[in-house]
Design a protein around this ligand. Structure first.
Ligand code: AQP
Length: 333
């Protein structure tokens, strides 16, 4: 059955292995199932929920588009655009904010993590981020949303918002309730410096992540310095339970090789980390280096990237403006 796919990535710089293995790799697989209609968005409105340097933001919007293309998203097959170019996203977000309950948003763990201790100083945008995310998805009648495990709670909220809008305005099925597509294994890649912290763009330590623009030397150096524990690699996957760093590195290796964790565990059973790290660095280089080279090449052609985003925005706008018009009529505008 054909699926309508929508997903987004924030142009906040340093796109990393977690973004790739948790989300973008899956975008490409879904695009390659020919019957699917795919829309991939550079979510720049989401990016400004935390302070951005305008010049950097502009650069990062292009870099995110370049990363999509370098990873295998084909602009001839999928729509690639940036969110701020389609005004329906902001309009729908406002309408849906008036439908969503504060109690629902208060439960969002990402806000708690990102706002930190001083919640009073966080922006209102950071708090209502998941409502904008719901608007993004619902404007396109997306049936499936491929995301990393960290976005699961936001998608559940999106489903609740869609159902409440349909109920409040007596419009059953007007907003389509989407299904999350979260990989069963390796859906959350952890920091190379701390196996219980998510690999993240905003981590101040560049050694905590493999960037999709890293070269071979950077990859080998980061994996060499990645945190491990003093034991040899285990004989069985169940013995990884209290060894988050070992589990993360073996998970990354398995995901790169498209194989079960059990197979990777048996491949390195009883071996020491240095031997495994060598193989992991090779596997990473094989996948990341061509992406990194392609990103750098694409970034030299700003005109091409701007054209892709402009054409994608036109296509997205055609779909979204129709939906927002119907939404406004339902609301009574
Ligand atoms: N560590 C991760 N493991 C698996 N998936 C991940 N994603 C992000 N980090 C991991 C998935 O990548 C997609 C795009 O994410 P995003 O950039 O829009 O937002 P994010 O989740 O806030 O990413 P970061 O790296 O953590 O950014 P900062 O540091 O700016 O907050 C999403 O599908 C996400 O699940």
């Amino acid at each position: 059955m054909s699926k309508k796919i929508f997903s987004g990535v924030q142009p906040t710089g340093n796109l990393h292995l977690g973004n790739y293995l948790g989300a973008i790799k899956n975008f490409v697989n879904l695009q390659n199932e020919k019957e699917n209609q795919c829309i991939f968005c550079v979510v720049d409105l989401h990016a400004i929920t935390v302070k951005q340097d305008p010049k950097e933001l502009k650069k990062n919007i292009r870099e995110t588009a370049a990363t999509f293309i370098a990873c295998g998203i084909d602009p001839a097959q999928s729509i690639i655009f940036n969110q701020s170019m389609v005004s329906a996203h902001s309009e729908a977000a406002w309408i849906l904010s008036c439908v969503s309950k504060i109690g629902w948003l208060n439960r969002m763990t990402q806000f708690k993590e990102k706002a930190g201790k001083d919640k009073e100083k966080a922006s209102i945008g950071l708090y209502s981020y998941p409502v904008l995310m719901a608007a993004d998805i619902l404007l396109y009648d997306a049936t499936h949303v491929p995301v990393g495990d960290d976005q699961k709670q936001h998608l559940e909220l999106c489903r609740d918002i869609a159902q409440k809008f349909n109920n409040d305005f007596n419009a059953p099925d007007f907003l389509k309730v989407p299904e999350p597509l979260i990989q069963k294994q390796f859906s959350r890649i952890m920091s190379l410096k701390d196996g219980i912290k998510k690999m993240s763009k905003s981590d101040p330590s560049d050694l905590s992540r493999i960037n999709l623009t890293d070269n071979k030397d950077e990859i080998f150096n980061k994996i060499k310095k990645a945190k491990t524990d003093p034991l040899p690699l285990p004989e069985q996957a169940k013995d990884l339970a209290k060894r988050p760093e070992a589990e993360n590195l073996l998970g990354i290796y398995s995901s790169l090789k498209n194989q079960n964790l059990e197979i990777s565990v048996s491949e390195f059973s009883g071996k020491n980390f240095s031997e495994f790290k060598e193989k992991l660095s090779e596997a990473l280089t094989e996948i990341i280096e061509p992406i990194s080279k392609e990103i750098k090449k694409l970034l030299n052609d700003e005109k091409y990237l701007d054209t892709i985003l402009l054409e994608g925005s036109d296509k997205a706008d055609k779909i979204a403006s129709k939906k927002i018009k119907e939404m406004k009529e339902l609301v009574g505008f």
